[in-house]
Design a protein around this ligand. Structure first.
Ligand code: AMP
Length: 444
């Protein structure tokens, strides 16, 4: 019975039995709103720009209809004939899309090849030579293979550009344009992001004659399932506050975003010195190291992953307790993507943002993009003097855990029940203050 219901829910979208079977096996019960909207448009052969919230199921929304349109008997499988090409701005997202596509592709008898900067070129060449139907790639590496004539771009019937606005931010647009220009006009092009910007639409219009716009949510809208808190903090106490938030709320899987690579290294180092198991993910780390860190974090061997905004796009990490923004990102839209690593597929999520007085202008700009203010939590041990003068703002708990307000009470050393709070070695803020005090004394 259950199976019939599932078949009907996705079956109503006119997906074929092979795809319906895999959906069933993978545990997808009903299509998400973006899947309901996009699948018929793409099955109709149209090109589209797609804007829907982070974590809304966009990957399957473009994968299922493009896969279904690929006829396994149309061309023999040779390395010259990939039919579906999916571009991702980051290696990690490319890897994830590759993993999501594999069961569907193999059930249909298609071969998928992943091409990503940092991956071994010779291995990629061998895989391409064995024959390929679907390519998932980062743009620069993809173009290298195209220019070496290992891929016949004219054979491509469907192109997906995921996280399209990040292609601009990372300077990948020339690569994308070369691919667009080399493809036939008739091929289907799908351009996707939670934050489709006007320049993305302009690029799409320049290359695509008849373009549908599938907008489920206004670009940049944060999912209602995500509860957010803003913590004003003295800059020098940020690391301490971070450690304190993690330990006092017993957060098991924490993704920390920082603006800069050096800062990611520094913050991770401090957290490690306080006994946490921490991975680092940023653009200057070697490919294998990035892969290892993300895997260890996904598998729970690292409690914390400190990352720059390359990890903000598209990554789907199960059971993430919280995203902590150590700072406000340089590109405001990245904030939406950072926060969007939680609260995925309709589940509850939580995001905390630390803001120091020197970031107030950036915060104001961000709030303009968000269209609303984030709830503020003032912790007297960390907040700047001018903000401490205000009264505490107590917030309800989003997940019946210890609330920020309860935490605020416990900064005084007294728990809700009136017992003395046990100080752990992870009480970073105390360590930091003590170290500073010592330094001061040393200088005298
Ligand atoms: P995406 O936006 O494609 O990264 O997907 C976000 C999350 O939603 C992933 O964990 C997917 O596995 C999940 N997801 C996608 N489609 C469905 C669906 N129809 N039902 C339940 N979960 C889904």
């Amino acid at each position: 019975m259950e199976s019939n219901r599932i078949q009907t829910a996705f079956g109503a979208l006119k997906l074929n039995d092979v795809l319906l079977d895999v959906l069933h096996k993978e545990g997808y019960l009903t299509p998400t709103p973006i899947q309901k909207r996009l699948i018929p448009v793409l099955l109709g052969g149209h090109s589209a720009t797609v804007s829907a919230q982070t974590g809304s199921g966009k990957t399957l929304a473009y994968l299922l209809p493009t896969l279904q349109q690929m006829n396994p008997h149309a061309t023999p499988v040779t390395h010259h004939y990939p039919k579906l090409f999916i571009l991702s701005p980051t290696k990690e997202l490319a890897q994830q899309i590759y993993e999501v596509s594999k069961p569907f592709a193999s059930a249909l008898g298609f071969r998928v090849v992943l091409l990503q900067g940092g991956g071994k070129r010779t291995d990629e060449v061998k895989r391409l030579e064995r024959g390929v139907d679907i390519i998932v790639a980062t743009p620069q590496r993809a173009l290298e293979h195209v220019e070496a004539r290992r891929i016949d771009i004219k054979a491509i019937k469907h192109l997906v550009v995921d996280e399209a606005d990040m292609m601009f931010d990372m300077g990948f647009v020339p690569y994308v344009e070369k691919l667009f220009a080399a493809m036939t006009e008739r091929s289907q092009k799908v351009i996707v992001s939670a934050t489709i910007t006007p320049r993305v639409v302009k690029l799409a219009k320049a290359y695509i004659k008849s373009l549908r716009r599938v907008e489920l949510d206004p670009p940049g809208k944060i999912a209602d399932t995500i509860t957010q808190y803003l913590y004003p903090v003295v800059r020098s106490k940020k690391e301490a506050l971070l450690s304190w938030l993690i330990s006092s709320d017993d957060l098991k899987r924490v993704l920390v975003f920082v603006r800069k690579k050096e800062l990611a290294d520094g913050v991770a180092e401090s957290l490690r010195s306080w006994g946490y198991k921490v991975g680092i993910l940023h653009g200057e780390k070697m490919h294998q190291e990035r892969k290892k860190s993300l895997l260890a974090f996904r598998e729970g061997r690292y409690q914390i992953l400190v990352a720059t905004d390359i990890a903000a796009r598209g990554l789907d990490i199960a059971n993430l307790d919280v995203v902590i923004n150590y700072d406000i990102p340089h590109v405001k839209h990245d904030f939406i993507h950072r926060v969007g690593r939680t609260g995925r597929a309709g589940k509850a999520g939580m995001a905390m943002t630390l803001v120091s007085p020197d970031e107030i202008e950036q915060l104001k700009d961000l709030q303009k993009v968000l269209g609303s203010k984030i709830k503020e939590v003032i912790l007297p041990d960390f907040a700047p003097k001018e903000i401490k003068a205000r009264r505490y703002l107590l917030q309800p708990s989003p997940r019946k855990r210890k609330t920020p307000s309860a935490k605020a009470a416990s900064t005084t050393g007294v728990s809700k029940k009136g017992k003395k709070r046990k100080t752990t070695k992870r009480d970073g803020w105390k360590l930091l203050d003590a170290a500073k005090e010592k330094k001061k004394r040393g200088r005298k």
